[in-house]
Design a protein around this ligand. Sequence first.
Ligand code: DGP
Length: 116
Amino acid sequence: MSETTETIFSKIIRREIPADIVYEDELAIAFKDVHPQAPVHILVIPKQPIKSLVDITSGDRDLMSHLLLTAQQVAINAGLNNGYRLVINTGNDGGQTVSHIHLHILGGRQMTWPPG
Ligand code: DGP
């Protein structure tokens, strides 16, 4: 995982590269994952470039709550009435490849457990 906070996601926020954006407000943005792992695969990210879940503090409490509520609303808007999976890959062992914290919303098929 890269140590820089400037990632491809910062470029998406600034509209420097295209993305299929499905939601945006002053704190967060949600867009379709470029490599979907399910019929619905949307990423919810803060505009603030926090690297990973490891880096959040109690000062990020409101922001993290906002991201969860945003994910809930985005899932509703995507029609995921039968459930979905919310994933935050964290660090190398967690499989995180982009160093800008993001919530994966995966849905539209039956999820399996355990994940790979
Ligand atoms: P993770 O492995 O948890 O760090 O997930 C990063 C996700 O970001 C991965 O599922 C693919 C997605 N992704 C990477 N680059 C881009 C991009 O340029 N555009 C979009 N829409 N998604 C991207």
